[in-house]
Design a protein around this ligand. Structure first.
Ligand SMILES: [Zn+2]
Length: 312
């Protein structure tokens, strides 16, 4: 490992076109892994949960020491907060039933939550909160998008329009903190997970999912892996995510694949957007496959990690 301090490279956008050291381990052994690619859409639309902005991203760098992949240059935290506050995403609502199926599957993997207090970070429209409430938990959410927060409140939930750091500063603590497909969006995941650690009571758990850049699919597809996107700033593997969780004080209990359940229509539109050369074929398929057919998607490139805050 490098002797450079791990924090030497806290994100400081606009300083240099080339990162000076690895965000995670501080090593200077960096190389350009994927050249930046321009595309549409841009602005807040590229930051929707259901964004079709595949194949558009700034340059992505790799660390030879720890394997971390990350965008550089990074957007500033202020710019990102503004973009997420402005997100509106009606397509997500149209896929509501499948989101519920995904979250019910996820909740079974999380284990018993009855009677537990839960903070869902990036709660979006409140669907995981609803599933957790069905399971007997007492959930509330953090959500920056005003549109999504309003939607979640309409389901009867307490939604804090706060960052993790702002929520942690209140001294609140929960039995379980969840971050579903969120950590890859943070400009400073270490600081966010440190705040998450403060928000988990000793003995409580954090559960998170993210794309797995170390998976076989990601490695085989290289630059064509569809999750290389503007809104994904950090590309973790099982090893690098565990490293960061343990660094902030968590103890990793379990890692497994994460299964998304989507409609056939949504999947075919995603495939067209990810692989434009297949678009005519996908358009043809949409004429024959029932739009609402439920399809579990698990190529092994989405992972879920469960970790606990030790009692001492
Ligand atoms: Zn590194």
């Amino acid at each position: 490992m490098s002797t450079a301090p791990a924090r030497a490279n806290a994100p400081e956008p606009h300083l240099s076109p080339v990162p000076s050291s690895c965000y995670l381990c501080g090593s200077t052994r960096l190389s350009l892994k994927f050249k930046g690619r321009a595309g549409t859409p841009s602005g807040a639309e590229a930051f929707n949960c259901t964004s079709f902005g595949h194949g558009s991203h700034p340059p992505i760098w790799a660390c030879a020491e720890c394997g971390m992949l990350f965008q550089w240059p990074l957007r500033s935290q202020e710019e990102l907060l503004g973009l997420y506050q402005d997100v509106e995403d009606p397509l997500y609502v149209a896929e509501k039933d499948n989101r519920y199926h995904t979250f019910r599957h996820v909740l079974r993997q999380v284990g018993e939550t009855r009677g537990q207090s839960v903070l869902d970070v990036g709660a979006y429209c409140g669907y995981f909160l609803d599933v957790a409430r069905e399971g007997g938990a007492v959930p509330e959410g953090l959500e920056l998008s005003r549109w999504a927060a309003k939607h979640a409140r309409s389901l009867g939930f307490t939604i804090h329009e706060q960052t993790l750091a702002q929520r942690a500063a209140t001294g609140a603590q929960y039995d379980l903190v969840t971050l579903w497909d969120v950590v890859e969006h943070f400009a400073d995941p270490r600081a966010e997970l440190e705040a998450a650690f403060q928000l988990v009571r000793p003995g409580g758990r954090v559960c998170l999912s993210t794309i797995d850049a170390g998976s076989l699919v990601a490695r085989l597809m290289g630059a064509r892996w569809p999750w290389l996107m503007d809104m994904h700033l950090f590309y973790f593997s099982r090893a690098t995510l565990a490293l960061l969780l343990e660094e902030v004080g968590f103890r990793v209990l379990e890692t497994r694949n994460y299964t998304h359940i989507v409609s056939a229509g949504y999947l075919l539109r995603k495939l067209s957007a990810s692989f434009p050369q297949t678009a005519p074929l996908m358009d043809l398929a949409r004429r024959f496959v029932p739009e609402q057919l439920r399809v579990p998607v698990n190529l092994g490139d989405n992972m879920m990690m469960i970790a606990e805050r030790p009692t001492r």
